[in-house]
Design a protein around this ligand. Structure first.
Ligand code: C2E
Ligand code: MG
Ligand code: MG
Ligand code: MG
Length: 275
């Protein structure tokens, strides 16, 4: 910001600003080292069938443990990565790890979907689709076992992104619209965007047992998804009461701390093993 203000001009200086800038620079530096040094790992949060709690898939979530600060939340480091372009190598690493792991789970038998978050910045990389194809070939993952999640806000009517999504689907990979209902143009996007499923945002789930109007919206979203032949997964289910209410509404799949936290692969293995 100070640079944009022009040479010789004093930037507006607030106490703590210098510290914050230094902090951001240190964070970015650490993140860059983590990406190039392959220190980022991935956890997997189960997605379950509401009828019986059976695990039908997982969402891959990037994890970074800073050598000094300890675990840093993706809510902190993903925006930094997006601002600096580091999201491209970071996302490539997450995708490769997730596909490798997913192909192991796929060999286990039953149909199983692994969801991977991808930011708009990554989709704008002209190599994205070719890279994706390569990763599928290298890991042996059947494309139908992969779901690329993209946030609704990132889609905001970018015709080029729509083409990329079509190319992804042409590979047989599925596409999901993440955090559905939080953007400015949810309905418009649904009508035009080439997707297979929506992830209904946690904000609708949070109040579903407390607020009838919120519940009515959650129910309307499901009916709309059904009419458009889209799967709907509810996110952020934290209680049995919420799970019950959503199941009664007709939702079939859910994700949330009530069922399972994001887990290391071995813990997912244990959940998948028949009892
Ligand atoms: P998201 O894709 O919407 O992922 C769901 C987030 O909600 C995860 O947070 C998950 O741990 C959290 N969550 C799941 N169930 C519950 C619940 O019942 N209660 C609460 N309070 N939270 C729940 P996480 O892992 O911190 O990730 C945050 C966001 O960072 C993700 O939101 C996604 O947008 C982004 N992200 C994470 N990994 C990646 C990645 O590899 N690439 C990209 N581009 N973005 C990523
Ligand atoms: Mg997601
Ligand atoms: Mg989400
Ligand atoms: Mg989210």
């Amino acid at each position: 910001v100070a640079k944009d203000a022009g040479k010789g001009q004093a930037a507006v200086y607030r106490p703590g600003m210098k510290a914050r800038v230094a902090e951001q620079a240190a964070l970015l530096d650490g993140l860059r080292q983590a990406v190039t040094g392959h220190q980022l790992h991935v956890e997997y949060q189960p997605i379950v069938r509401l009828a019986d709690g059976r695990v039908t898939g997982v969402e891959a979530l990037a994890r970074w443990r800073h050598p000094v600060r300890g675990p840093v939340s993706p809510e902190v480091f993903i925006p930094v990565a997006e601002r600096t372009g580091l999201i491209v190598p970071l996302g490539r690493s997450v995708l490769a790890q997730a596909c490798r792991q997913a192909s192991r789970w796929q060999r286990g038998g039953s149909p199983f979907a692994t969801h991977v978050n991808v930011s708009a910045h990554q989709l704008r990389d002209p190599d994205f689709v070719v890279d994706l194809q390569k990763v599928l070939a290298e890991t042996g993952l059947a494309p139908a076992g992969l779901v690329i999640e993209i946030t609704e806000t990132a889609m905001a009517d970018d015709p080029q992104l729509m083409d990329t999504l079509r190319a992804i689907r042409a590979l047989g990979v599925h596409v999901g619209l993440d955090d559905f209902g939080t953007g400015q143009s949810s309905l418009g996007i649904l009508a035009s965007c080439p997707v297979d499923l929506i992830k209904v945002d946690k904000s609708f789930v949070d109040r579903v047992t407390l607020d009838d109007r919120r519940a009515a919206v959650a129910s309307a979203i499901l009916r709309m998804a059904d009419a458009l032949d889209l799967h709907a997964i509810v996110e952020g289910v934290e209680s049995a009461a919420q799970a019950q209410r959503l199941h009664d509404m007709g939702y079939r799949q859910a994700q949330g701390f009530h069922f399972a936290r994001p887990l290391p692969p071995r813990a997912v293995d244990r959940l998948l093993r028949p009892r």
